[in-house]
Design a protein around this ligand. Structure first.
Ligand code: PA5
Length: 466
């Protein structure tokens, strides 16, 4: 298993001192990197943050595997009801291992598909229901809090649909993934006897892909979760190394931190050159944004920090975004994600046409073309003083994916330490949620309804309605 992080194009020697890092700048921050590692390790060993321990939870992994084996053959669709960290990991794994949407092809009891209901758009939910057969569907409702409005509302719709079609038997086709000791979902799951898997209290949503949140749906669609965890475990060992040459996640965190705080690179473009990695870019976007976008540092000082993650797909977005990336504001750092090898190189037929544009490519391969496009884009950006780096996954298989997910989570945790912020909370999301509860009439949230009405009044005075 090999994942390689190449930071050469982040160096001042490649993109100039204004946009890249000198050896002195990197060396000078070595102490801060060591402190970040030691600080995070202490918190993790204390049990405050649990994601580094997940790949070693053999009993949980075994229990999920056994359950998936028991159920195999009784469904052709796994329907996940969840949102944010409770949905994006499964979505990323599905894209990477089962094939990129929308070209996954036929599904069956031997090759079940994943349907993720992570939005309350009524047309989307209605279309999803139309496409599923309740007798062949397993519903997995996932919510750590057990009370997220979108998940709860969608689940009520799905549960009603199942019960109308299957009666009491519906409960046997519903699983819950939630906290062990709290939340209304846990209460409902107990009352209705759903098979339930628990999310450790010290694992937050966006860091939970290697907990039952990601592993249950993954195992149910046939992904080998033992290999996934094996790759993540190997990566965890490297992420505890002090040496920056060995600890690639710490090195990546440090360089992104320095580019953000010293060179004004406030945007990071995650740029996979593989449709199978495209789902991961959306998973990463949430991880990096929600973890690092913070108003205050740990001392309570207002910092309003963070690096805005953007997802772009190579080569597709070369024809959509690269003009801006090359010539627009120089406020970005680019992270190319490469697949070292594709399972099939995609030979381009040799048949000549006599036409230059066609004959130049005939007889070569799509793999050669996509790799050439990636290195050419990196070279062009570098030439224009735009820092970039490349993460290469030797292959896209379970082990590499597990390792990459863990790499990114460690990188995010280290970046949080370097920025001296709490990367594991998300207070900024809470106010909007409370307004929603107020507007939907949930008891205890009347104050937020009033605050919302106050806001509406201000809008009317400001003339926004006219
Ligand atoms: O990372 C997070 O904590 C969030 O994005 C949550 O995953 C998201 O809000 C969903 O929360 P829950 O699992 O409680 O429904």
């Amino acid at each position: 298993m090999s994942i390689h992080f190449d930071h050469t194009n982040m160096l001042a020697s490649m993109v100039g001192e204004k946009n890249g890092l000198t050896a002195r700048e990197i060396g000078g921050a070595g102490g801060a990197a060591k402190d970040a590692l030691a600080g995070f390790r202490k918190l993790s060993e204390k049990g405050l943050y649990g994601f580094p321990h997940l790949p070693f939870q053999k009993d949980t992994i075994q229990e999920i595997r056994r359950f998936a084996e028991e159920m195999r053959g009784s469904y052709d669709t796994v329907c996940v009801v969840g949102i944010g960290g409770s949905a994006l990991g499964a979505w990323a794994l599905d894209n990477a291992m089962r094939g990129p949407h929308p070209v996954q092809g036929e599904y069956s009891a031997d090759f079940p598909r994943l349907v993720i209901l992570d939005n309350v758009d009524p047309s989307f939910i209605a279309a999803a229901l139309d496409s599923m057969n309740p007798r062949k569907t397993l519903v997995v409702v996932i919510a750590k809090s057990g009370s997220t409005a979108e998940t709860v509302a969608t689940f009520l719709v799905i549960r009603d649909w199942m019960v109308r079609k299957l009666g009491k038997k519906a409960n046997r086709r519903i699983l819950a993934v939630t906290s062990a000791g709290k939340g209304d979902l846990k209460k409902l799951a107990t009352a209705e006897n759903y098979r339930t898997f628990h999310i450790p209290d010290n694992v937050g949503g966006r860091f939970s892909v290697l907990s039952p949140v990601g592993l249950v749906p993954a195992a149910l669609i046939g992904i080998d979760i033992r290999k996934l965890s094996k790759g993540a475990a190997a990566m965890t060992h490297s992420c505890w190394q002090e040496d920056l040459a060995e600890n690639q996640a710490l090195r990546a965190a440090l360089l992104h931190y320095l580019l953000l705080t010293r060179k004004g690179k406030t945007i990071q473009v995650a740029f996979p050159y593989s449709n199978r990695l495209w789902g991961l870019a959306f998973w990463f976007r949430q991880l990096w944004a929600e973890s690092l976008g913070k108003a205050r540092n740990r001392k309570g000082k207002a910092v309003h920090t963070g690096q805005t993650p953007v997802a772009a797909l190579g080569t597709t977005d070369q024809h959509s975004q690269v003009q801006l990336y090359m010539e627009g504001p120089n406020d970005k750092v680019f992270s190319f994600w490469a697949a070292g090898r594709f399972p099939d190189a995609g030979r381009i037929p040799r048949n000549g046409t006599g036409l230059e544009a066609f004959d130049a490519l005939a007889g070569q391969s799509l793999e050669k073309l996509i790799q050439a496009e990636r290195v050419s884009t990196a070279a062009a950006l570098t030439g224009n003083g735009r820092p970039n780096c490349t993460f290469t996954l030797d292959r896209i298989d379970e082990e590499h994916l597990g390792a990459f997910l863990q790499f990114m989570e460690f990188e995010t945790a280290f970046a949080g330490e370097l920025l001296d912020i709490n990367a594991f909370d998300q207070e900024g999301v809470e106010l909007g949620k409370k307004f929603t509860y107020g507007l939907m009439g949930r008891p205890g949230f009347e104050e937020y309804r009033e605050r919302f009405e106050e806001y509406e009044k201000r809008r009317r005075t400001a003339g926004a309605d006219r």
